[in-house]
Design a protein around this ligand. Sequence first.
Ligand SMILES: [Zn+2]
Ligand SMILES: [Zn+2]
Length: 390
Amino acid sequence: MILLKRLFLILFLGTFSLNAQNLRVNIFSKHKIETLKVDALNGSYQIHSRNAFIAEFTEGQSLKLNINSSGKIHLTQNGEFLGLFDTLSLFQSSHLDYLSFHPESKNNIKVKSRQYEGDFEITAKGNLLSIVNFIFTESYLEGVLASEAGIRCAKEYYKVQAIISRTFAGNNKEKHKEEGFNLCDAVHCQAYYGRYQGESLDLTSGIKETYGEVLVDSSYNSFPTFFSANCGGQSAETDQIWNRLLPNYMSQEDTFCLHTRQSRWEKYITKKELLNFISNKYFYDISKKKFRDRAFNFNQDLRKTFFIHPSFGIPLRDVRSAFNLRSTFFTCEPVGDKILLRGRGFGHGIGLCQEGAMGMVKLGLNYTDILSFYFRGSMLSNMSTPINHW
Ligand SMILES: [Zn+2]
Ligand SMILES: [Zn+2]
């Protein structure tokens, strides 16, 4: 029986490394997990460590993992000690099985529990636990769509998001290669906060009806599918944000997102804060009135790249990050000893505008219209067709 289980494990791991449909996603990537409780909510799992079978883990049971003083994982199952390990794997018995994770981060800070399906590898890294979820792309996408778009969108919008998120996952499989997984679960890659719990038929259908579809260019090269919440009416070019010009991402007008929830924002900062920023970091002589005036009355009808001066200026992305602004697309207006920043959009503004795409859906446009509007020069292909660079 143990031999059979080992054979099963070898076949299983072999499939993971060879099958491009399987993703390895680092979960709770933003948290420093010291202790983890795991509940089997549905079905059963097998616990292994380095090819050795340890125990069955079935519905209603709990595991507790923490790191001991020598950096090993101390594992108990329903209170019974099972051993000390460097790494543990949890394999589901069927694809319907799922678990609930209850982590605690440093200083006993509780992290919100989440449910996950698929298999897991839990490793001791220093005095922390690293958790990697092995998941099929289409199941991962359900979790991504629920996390990135919520559960109340129209089916046509889910089709759009499914295609760009599926393409993003394919394009970025190497993003965390050095760390031993494909993607993290934070917005650095794509938000993936656990198993989708079936709340929206439209979400499920949006993924199923675009099964395997991805965006490529006319030579079947992978197509980068960046997106942000709201472009503020004009998309940004990639070199305005990342110092790298991608020719398919020329700035364009977007009227579909103009009157939406996140199309406008306002924020006050003090004149003193702004002047300190431009003088301390960029050495502008703020005793000169012309520089103070330029900063206090900075105007941006169309997106600019720099603050104050067109070429010797301060990258607007630096202003955004210094003052924690929703976008780089803003104008300044002096009000007493403060500056009123009036901004447009939310996010970097490159590529697809999520609220614009939702606006297009409301107007009756379909997912192919929406993708070709935001991703000029792209076309749809299928993951089963070879794609360059994947
Ligand atoms: Zn990442
Ligand atoms: Zn937009």
